[in-house]
Design a protein around this ligand. Sequence first.
Ligand code: TNX
Length: 467
Amino acid sequence: MSERAKRLGDVIPRPASVRQAAGASFEIHSGTAVSAPPALEAVAAHLGRPLSSSGEIRLALDTSLAPEAYRLEIGADGVTLTGGSPQGVFWGVQTLRQLGPVLPAGVIEDEPRYAYRGAMLDLARHFFAPDEIKAHIGQLVQFKINHLHLHLTDDQGWRLEIPGWPRLTEISGGAGTGCDGAGPGFLTVAEYADLVAYAAERFVTIVPEIDMPGHVNAVQVAYPELTADGQPVAPRTDAEVGYSSLIAGKEETYAFVEAVLKTVADLTPGPYLHIGGDECLSTPPEDYRAFLARVLPIPASLGKRVIGWHEIATVDLPDDAIVQYWRIEAADDAVARAAAAGRRVIVSPADRTYLDMKYDEDTPLGLVWAGHVGVRQAYDWDPAERLPGVGEEAILGVEAPLWSETLRSLADVQYLTFPRLPAVAEVGWSPRDGRDWASFRERLAAFGPVWDAAGISYHRSPEIDWP
Ligand code: TNX
């Protein structure tokens, strides 16, 4: 952080309430310690300072606050950070870290607008190693992102070991897989479990996605018995979509799906299983319905809540199903009907939240099918006004997906993620009337030096006056 004294509200996402007091600030110095009750010692460790019963950064719990809420009180004698749960305290720690060593006196009272604030990483078109995913999580949590959706499977590759189905990863996670064959690799069961634990220590829930019935060429390369005629199909490393499908009328299909979802559910402590369901252009509509009628109830039988891309809203949904909206047009009747029937929606409009869209015509990476997504475009919209019939009550939260067809490295991930992800994070966290582009772009500019120092390959968008 820069040494310049900040205003108390100079935080992304902008806190719900900020009252800066006149006068004294508190400066964190080399000897400043943290005091924390046993239940908060793990959170305290994220401050990287010694624990002491007389620490001037005092962590506390107050269960009358919402679990993700926190209150930060800064006075001349130190800092008191109180959360509704350890997660709330952890978000307060992120606020503290953004403010830097010189803390203006005053009080921040903060809590999120939406429970679900997600980012998605596509491991199928290009695999990212566990250490890269961990580094990414470390960046995301600074902006209070609390879900990482991992797109683990697609036509080009299969990226999670499934015991009993070794060819999925031996063949479709092996050499030559990924777009242009340049993204091989997969997570072993142990690596996935370790990743889930790493995320959990940072209060991030992993949302695993197994995409079906479309986007399954990699499955059918590994197990030709899952094609319509049982004949082998060729691996694909291009970026086409909509040509592959599991076969709704084959019993083998469901044995496969049940085995995979059981494994993923057993490995995933979080409440969600994402079953994809998007772009099934080669699945006849009646087969799509028949397939989902069998598959949508499986997560509940495994103790999980099902999420699917919004195409699933065209079929009968379990009561607790969550629909993830990704289109660019304003209206979608099926999603509105699902919301009217009580289903929750994750809002990911491609023209606002897709991190794989180019910023502008000069962006070397990314796609353009949803147009250019500049920083202001990612910031200046409201989830509750996006879809007629999908108001505040229906919205579980927002997510920014990053598809990896054009990505080859963690630096590429960072380039498309920063600085747009902080914009979507603020859309998901901050109260609507507390958001304002002029303020956001000023607060965002302060991250330039932070990212420079951390070696983050962010895009120096011309929309921001970087210092
Ligand atoms: C659409 S959005 C897809 C993905 C592509 C992405 C590229 C969605 C649910 N499916 O298969 O990777 O566009 O932007």
